[in-house]
Ligand binder design. Sequence first.
Ligand code: MN
Ligand code: MN
Length: 462
Amino acid sequence: MKQTTWITYTHEQMQELKDITERYKSCLDAGKTERECVELSIRMAEKAGYRDLKAVMAAGEKLKAGDKIYAVNMDKMLALFRIGEEPLSAGMNILGAHIDSPRIDVKQNPLYENEGFAYLDTHYYGGIKKYQWVAQPLSLHGVIVKKDGTVQKVAIGEDESDPVFVITDLLVHLAQEQLEKKASKVIDGEKLDLLIGNCPLDGAVEDKEQKEAVKANILKLLKNKYDMDEEDFSSAELEIVPAGRARDCGMDRSMILSYGQDDRVCAFTSLFAMLDVTEAKKTGCCLLVDKEEIGSVGATGMHSRFFENTVAELVAMTEGESELKVRRALMNSRMLSSDVSAAYDPMFAEAFEKRSSAFFAKGITFNKFTGSRGKSGSNDANAEYIAALRKAMDDAGVAYQFAELGRVDLGGGGTIAYIMANYGMEVIDSGVAVLNMHAPYEVSSKADVYEAVKGYRAFLRM
Ligand code: MN
Ligand code: MN
């Protein structure tokens, strides 16, 4: 068993750890949805000299070593590239992570009134324990797109002066029957509706004709603030997430408690490393994808051809248009498919097998296999590739550990690794271990966040 990394750090390393984790926390606060993460990442990338692929293509430019490019897909998926000295067809070093997180989505026809309360109807997104999301402050993030194409951004509940929202739970005094239910049934999916108002429209009390006056009042507020009508909900993407900021956790401030660390702990650390490394031989790539939590589907998930198409454009702009060279670029690449790992939790020791568990403060986690029940659905990283990674990590003084997700036959999870492995490239699951994954607030170790950035830098330099 490797030692905790905390006792190995010099004063300088502790300072760097602090800088990185503070920056990470501010990114978590600014990026609570996939769209917000893309917007923030583009802002950071442009500051570091990255340019939009579309603009570079429009200008008819060729690309050369050292050029920095980003490509964005529907504002929910982002790929950054730093062109290396070797040709693209010799392969890239790819850091991949996902920027969608479990949450509760607002439906397309959501607004209704019931007994003087106004609600938004919802459908949860990703794997959640529904009972964890009730009776706590929630915020609303997203976009409303009107028929004329105007995009209205929404973020309510993060500023101290903002109102927040809540999904109610039954009082314990009357919960005798509820408490007998299975945990998966305690809160029904259709009852996860968001309480958003209780005050009727001004003058509605006198006007007996006015039905649903609380809903009418909400519509008036929405009209004033966003110039939207009820029908505009149908072309909106509104996501309900825990309100509030990422916080230090523990008397010793050794951990971070925050919403959305699956998988933004890997996404932002990958991005930090990508922006830091400016001297690699191979083309570096940082790929931030959407929809992982629901199977990597759709135009902005890893299954989409967006990445492949973008690589084809880059090959055309460096080595000349060639379908074969695109295939070579993909097949000759290496990837760290980064996603959170389940950290060993002594409170739930029975769910883990200690020798194959990821521990806090023991560095970046590698999973040769993911999948479940006989490794079903796994990506399997090649032993030769793992050996090369061990050398790169050791040479760069990065702490790392090997783990599997929980006990055999207990469950498991998928990532984006197997999708990229379809190209024949070397891919391994890696990432940061967290406690209570998919809960409204997840816990990470600052030491592991730091080791992840170090590890990703070392990988890009491989
Ligand atoms: Mn994940
Ligand atoms: Mn997840």
